[in-house]
Design a protein around this ligand. Structure first.
Ligand code: GAR
Length: 208
């Protein structure tokens, strides 16, 4: 059984999707063992506690820089014996100390079809604002491995979602969560826990 550690900063609806999937038996070969939050008031912490999952708060503002925060995060993940680290709405930048300690063992859900609307500054509602101001007709979500390059790691799963006339960043965010993120994140976690994702020529290949 792989230990899944989930990193959060906010509401935690993606964490909830993972908890629900685990309860349904849809996360094969893995168990959520710890939730780490960069914010002490993140509602995601309540979701973890309500489901008897260990929580750790690692506040970014308690550390002077990205390097010292990343060192503390790498140490915590090692202490928690993480086999898989899931960024589920984790909004704090970590440096390569963490990626190199957990190579191809960290995955992120991003609320757009990478390589569109990704990279530095594209997080949360900003992603949907950018998609709407460009006028795209299709957006969606991507689950990818976390590497040194922001939102640049190998893509594991993507799901397209229709943009509708009159969408606001909030309505588009909600549709992308419901129709894409909450489905492909648990699927990718389950695939990883069953060793069904290989890296070949720098790309993620899902094997059935
Ligand atoms: C989700 O839409 C997630 O994809 C996004 O933040 C939201 C968190 O919601 N993540 C990013 O933008 C990371 N670049 P949640 O806390 O309810 O899961």
């Amino acid at each position: 059984m792989k230990n899944i550690v989930v990193l959060v900063s906010g509401g935690g609806t993606n964490l909830q999707a993972l908890i629900d999937a685990e309860k349904r038996g849809d996360i094969k070969g893995g168990k959520i063992t710890c939730v780490i939050s960069s914010k002490e008031d993140a509602y995601a912490l309540e979701r973890a506690k309500n489901n008897g999952i260990k929580t750790v708060v690692l506040k970014r503002k308690d550390y002077p820089d990205v390097a010292s925060y990343s060192k503390a995060m790498a140490e915590t993940l090692t202490t928690e014996k993480a086999d898989l680290v899931v960024y589920a709405g984790f909004m704090t930048i970590l440096d390569n100390q963490v990626c190199s300690a957990f190579p191809y063992k960290m995955i992120n859900v991003h609320p757009a079809l990478i390589p569109s609307f990704c990279g530095k500054g594209f997080y949360g509602l900003h992603v949907h604002e950018a998609a709407l101001s460009k006028g795209v007709k299709i957006s969606g979500a991507t689950v990818h491995f976390v590497t040194e390059e922001c939102d640049g790691g190998p893509i594991i799963l993507q799901q397209a979602v229709e943009v509708k006339n009159g969408d606001t960043p909030e309505t588009l965010q909600r549709r992308i969560m419901e129709e894409a993120e909450w489905k492909i994140l648990p699927m990718a976690v389950s695939l990883f826990c069953q060793d069904k994702i290989q890296i070949i020529d720098g790309k993620a290949v899902v094997t059935e």
